[in-house]
Design a binder for this molecule. Structure first.
Ligand code: FMN
Length: 243
């Protein structure tokens, strides 16, 4: 179980429709005050749990794969997530949920972001480990910067009958949760409202890989927290409960 910290929740719901994956960044250096605010948010993420550590790396363009550098231009700043305790699937959910709340706070700071999960294809976890002197898993990272194109492209999502059959909450709450990003936009889970609790069930419950349905479910959990003003997130072997 963990509690989403207030400073990560503040104004985050208003950012949901201001965010989309950004894959091109300008060479403008990031404002020092913005970086200082970001560092405070990152320490909040690290203080509210002990299973992973988020870090901000600069001059980190070389940690992205050459193919990726062609696909995604100009990213030199990257947030990386280092797993400290292999506490599965709790750590997957914590990285997803707290990482997405961080992403929404970064959106508020005027930064573009993109979740990156394809190790070796999109980024090199072994290069990141080398740079950090770490032996731990680095399953995911988030390049960020000032986007070349500020336009927000809201990608199509699943319909209520597919992803939340029998949803009894408001349409607005549904839309907030349904806007959560996921790897290849797959949204690999379903969600339901039961007695004021939101239950998110990943389609595939295996925890072999870090880039699993659990990570995407954690990202959706961040949106569930915001959709109904909830705080507490509990993870079982089968689902995530937000209350
Ligand atoms: C866990 C995760 C991993 C992702 N990995 C990649 C990636 O390796 N390469 C990439 O270009 N985009 C990646 N994305 C971005 C998704 O493709 C994008 O979020 C999704 O298509 C929804 O679009 P939106 O973020 O604009 O709403 C990833 C997203 C998530 C949540």
């Amino acid at each position: 179980m963990f509690i989403a910290p207030d400073s990560l929740l503040a104004d985050a719901v208003q950012q949901i429709n201001n965010r989309c994956a950004k894959r091109r960044y300008t060479s403008t250096p990031i404002n020092q005050q913005v970086l200082a605010q970001l560092d405070v948010l990152i320490s909040t993420v690290n203080q509210c749990q002990q299973n992973f550590k988020a870090m901000r790396l600069s001059e980190a363009g070389n940690l992205l794969s050459p193919l990726f550098v062609q696909l995604i231009r100009g990213a030199t700043n990257v947030i990386v997530f280092e797993v400290l305790k292999e506490n599965r699937p709790l750590v997957d959910i914590q990285i997803g949920c707290l990482g997405e709340l961080l992403v929404l706070q970064m959106t508020k700071l005027g930064l573009g972001t993109v979740w990156l999960g394809s190790d070796k294809f999109s980024f090199s976890s072994s290069e990141i480990k080398k740079r950090m002197g770490s032996q731990n898993s680095i399953p995911i990272c988030i390049p960020f910067g000032y986007p070349v194109d500020a336009k927000v492209d809201l990608k199509k999502r699943k319909s209520m009958k597919d992803i939340a059959p029998g949803w009894t909450g408001t349409e607005e709450a549904f839309q907030i949760i349904n806007r959560a990003p996921s790897a290849v936009n797959k949204q690999p889970y379903q969600f339901q409202l039961k007695q004021n609790r939101i239950h998110i069930t990943p389609k595939d419950k295996s925890t072999n890989e870090y880039m699993s349905n659990w990570l995407d479910s954690g990202i959706a959990a961040a949106h569930a927290v915001l959709a109904m003003n909830l705080k507490q997130v509990t993870v079982t072997k089968n689902e995530v409960i937000i209350e």
